[in-house]
Ligand binder design. Structure first.
Ligand SMILES: Cc1ncc(COP(=O)(O)O)c(C=O)c1O
Length: 390
């Protein structure tokens, strides 16, 4: 056996895979990993089948199918009133995950520092490290997962190259306001930073709130990669189609990595999504009401149970505050909830470099109403058992 030196020695299997595997073994309701348990729109299935039947099974263009990039530009114009050039500013990627990875590899050099906010989505730091950079992880403040812009400003220095921003935020379920984008823009301008804005939950903003895209901010758009996911927007995480929107110079660098990372992305899936967007140009507008109803259903099911559910501002997750029943050890509580309560959830600790004591676990609400009702009943029963002290 040759000597092996791992490039990511601390990285194990992700918490999502571990929890999903355990949920299957224990026959638990899986509100852990973020994916829908209901079918996709049958029309999308038809379009995918048609794409294969009509010969779209060979390589697609490296930067993405032109029909799809044009539809994406139209979608951006509709939602954010921005002009983007499908030729030089939009790249179709293998899910948002690949867009994030390729963008980081394209711009982070050895010795660069990258600011990320904890809790941070788990794919950010490994990409930075593989690029030879170092993540400087700054915790969001408690309560409420806010940004401490003074602390963030103090962390930026001559080596800082990139800020990783995520709104709506997974797993905090918060939505950044325009004041946060102003602060981010000022910071980026002061230190000449690039921004990677993860906006995969762009359409899932509740209670009349609105998503502020970096693309619509005059100070941020010229220095940002904005990353989106059709997996989220089409309830189809397995299609693995995402995209990155960035100024031409940044897009050119991103594509240099993308073309050797993946070469090109599923042609039939791109063709089908382009057709679907042609038929439904308003795609995305329906999602806030759809997921808000699911959030409210779960919150109502648990009202008075002792669990507190601070209503999610966005995403397709909802935090469950268990502080009435157990000490703030989210790993231990998630394990008990899974093995004794029959519900799989995701603790927040794995999203931190230095996990604080937090009394939350994350539940996925992208589930059939029947699943949410069954989970609500199991959670209520578990709360009753905890209250009785058994
Ligand atoms: C914040 C965030 N970014 C990126 C992704 C990855 O998206 P995709 O499935 O399109 O790769 C996810 C998926 O859960 C996510 O929650």
């Amino acid at each position: 056996m040759p000597t092996l030196r791992s490039k990511l020695p601390e990285v194990g299997t992700t918490i999502f895979t571990v929890v999903s595997r355990r949920a299957r073994e224990l026959n638990a309701l899986n509100l852990g990993q973020g994916y829908p348990d209901y079918p996709i729109d049958p029309r999308l299935t038809e379009l995918i089948t048609e794409a294969l039947a009509t010969g779209h099974a060979q390589y697609a263009p490296m930067e993405g199918l032109v029909e799809l990039r044009e539809r994406i530009a139209a979608k951006l114009a509709r939602h954010y009133r921005i002009e983007s050039d499908p030729g030089s500013e939009i790249t179709v990627a293998l899910g948002a995950t690949e867009a994030i990875f390729s963008a980081i590899l394209a711009v982070v050099q050895s010795g660069d520092e990258v600011i990320a906010f904890d809790p941070a989505y788990d794919s950010y730091e490994p990409a930075v490290r593989l690029a030879g950079g170092r993540c400087v992880r700054i915790p969001l403040t408690q309560p409420g997962f806010g940004y401490d812009w003074e602390r963030i400003g103090a962390a930026a220095g001559p080596r800082t190259r990139l800020v990783l921003f995520n709104s709506p935020h997974n797993p905090a379920c918060t939505v950044a306001g325009s004041a946060d984008l102003e602060q981010l823009a000022a910071l980026a301008e002061r230190h000449d930073l690039l921004v990677l804005s993860d906006e995969v939950y762009e359409h899932m903003v509740f209670d009349g709130g609105r998503h502020h895209s970096v693309l619509a901010h005059p100070g941020l758009a010229p220095r940002s990669f904005a990353v989106f996911s059709f997996g989220k927007t089409l309830h189809a995480t397995g299609l693995r189609i995402g995209y990155c929107v960035a100024p031409a110079a940044l897009t050119a660098e991103l594509r240099k990595v993308h073309q050797f990372n993946t070469f090109s992305i599923s042609h039939p899936a791109q063709f089908a999504i382009a057709g679907y967007l042609a038929e439904r140009p308003e795609l995305g507008s329906e999602l806030a009401a759809f997921f808000q109803a699911k959030r409210d259903r779960l919150c109502a099911a648990l009202a008075g149970s002792g669990f507190v559910l601070p209503p999610a501002q966005g995403t397709y997750f909802q935090l469950l505050d268990f502080s009435a029943f157990a000490p703030p050890d989210d790993m231990a509580f998630a394990e008990r909830l899974l093995s004794e309560g029959g519900v799989a959830s995701i603790p927040l600790s794995p999203f931190y470099e230095q996990p604080p004591a937090l009394p939350y676990v994350r539940l996925c609400i992208a589930k059939q109403d029947a699943t949410l009702d069954a989970a609500g009943a199991r959670l209520r029963a578990f709360a009753a058992r905890l209250r009785r002290g058994c």
